[in-house]
Ligand binder design. Structure first.
Ligand SMILES: [Zn+2]
Ligand SMILES: [Zn+2]
Length: 141
């Protein structure tokens, strides 16, 4: 069972993001965008921050509390909220679209923390449930 932060709604704005986070690459404030209605990763309408400085788009972080759970590992940020966010990655090359690795990343775009979720045998944990905003949110993503 996922342990939600019981004082927050996953859809609400992240509790420590007050201003647009600064880009980790160039230091400039990121831009707020929203997931397109046709997003296939369950992120339709979801707020996120991005900078256009490198590779045309340097993703910073999502702006909400989805996937930010007490049980998640802490990121490298030394201030703000250090509880990371888990998410679902695109499938590895050659893997079916339905099997996707689960990973943790910085929830507020402040650091480069990234860690795949592994089981007790250190094998990657794969998501195999449906991918839509409502189903993901119910499962803590
Ligand atoms: Zn930048
Ligand atoms: Zn961080």
């Amino acid at each position: 069972m996922n342990q939600e932060l019981d004082f927050v709604n996953p859809e609400q704005g992240h509790i420590v993001i007050r201003n647009r986070p600064r880009c980790r690459h160039c230091g400039e404030p990121t831009e707020l965008r929203h997931g397109k209605p046709w997003n296939e990763n369950g992120n339709e309408g979801r707020p996120y921050y991005i900078c256009l400085c490198v590779l045309q788009k340097a993703f910073s972080c999502f702006g909400d509390m989805r996937g930010v759970l007490m049980e998640n590992p802490t990121c490298f940020c030394d201030r703000g909220m250090q509880i990371s966010r888990h998410g679902i990655q695109n499938p590895e090359p050659g893997m079916p679209w339905s099997l996707r690795p689960i990973f943790y990343t910085c929830a507020t775009g402040g650091c480069s923390f990234y860690e795949p979720m592994t089981d007790c045998d250190r094998k990657l944990v794969l998501n195999c449930g449906p991918i839509s905003a409502s189903s993901l949110s119910l499962r803590g993503f």
